[in-house]
Ligand binder design. Structure first.
Ligand SMILES: [Zn+2]
Length: 57
């Protein structure tokens, strides 16, 4: 028990897409490139967590 899980998650990088394509992440509510081409309802941070959890199964 020497390494408790950090409770503060890093904020995702600010999206560089058009402002009209920015929306809140479906998980952490941080602004992310959500709509349009290349958009994703999850920000890069949440997406990485989902993919990491998926890879462990
Ligand atoms: Zn997120």
């Amino acid at each position: 028990m020497t390494s408790p899980a950090p409770s503060v998650r890093p904020a995702p990088p600010l999206p560089t897409c058009a402002p009209a394509q920015i929306g809140p992440c479906a998980h952490c509510r941080q602004p992310t490139h959500r709509y349009g081409h290349g958009g994703n309802p999850l920000c890069p941070v949440c997406l990485a967590e989902v993919e990491a959890a998926r890879a462990q199964k």
